[in-house]
Design a protein around this ligand. Structure first.
Ligand code: GDP
Ligand code: MG
Length: 161
């Protein structure tokens, strides 16, 4: 429902994106970042971290009862994750479209998951699925003072301000 609401896009909207351990292992961090950069979005937070089971259970609190949850924990804690916050108009919905369907087999060509992955259990990247989800995830993964307010010099030509 969220996706079809008509609203004025805020250039300050933020979303949480993560390159999952398979993406880091496969050296896809640069390619993932490149897609959001070339679209015109602004990076406002970035870190490489080893995720704890505690953080993961909060991040995926709606999934803890799913049969695949133990595998998801093993996957997401198997190596470093690159956690990011990106900013721009309508960014939550746009990044979901750029990331593609949860199951790469159903993702459209040109999306990150379709272009770089084959299986739902190794789908390279995470993107928040709603404004509320994004706010919750950003607060969970980042301290406020690690998110930077800065002016991108091309902002006046990439977005209507
Ligand atoms: P997302 O928002 O598109 O990432 O999808 P979900 O929030 O529904 O699920 C979170 C993550 O759990 C997905 O990105 C997958 O990595 C994993 N996942 C979801 N469904 C399945 C499944 O059926 N099997 C397995 N093994 N993993 C799944
Ligand atoms: Mg999700």
């Amino acid at each position: 429902k969220e996706l079809f609401q008509i609203s004025v896009p805020s250039a300050k909207e933020r979303t949480f994106i993560a390159v999952k351990p398979d993406g880091v292992q496969r050296r896809l961090v640069g390619q993932v970042i490149h897609r959001f950069e070339r679209r015109g979005f602004k990076l406002v937070g970035l870190k490489l971290l080893q995720v704890s089971k505690n953080l993961l259970s909060q991040h995926y609190c709606q999934l803890t009862k799913k049969p695949f949850y133990p595998d998801l924990v093993e996957y997401m804690t198997s190596g470093p994750v690159v956690a990011m916050v990106w900013e721009g108009p309508n960014i939550v919905q746009t990044c979901r479209m750029m990331v593609g369907h949860t199951n790469p087999a159903e993702a459209h060509a040109g999306t990150i998951r379709a272009d770089f992955s084959l299986h739902v259990s190794r789908n390279v990247v995470h993107a928040s699925d709603s404004l509320e989800g994004a706010q919750r995830e950003i607060m969970l993964w980042f301290d406020g003072h690690d998110l930077l307010k800065w002016d991108c010099i091309d902002q006046s030509v990439t977005s209507e301000l």
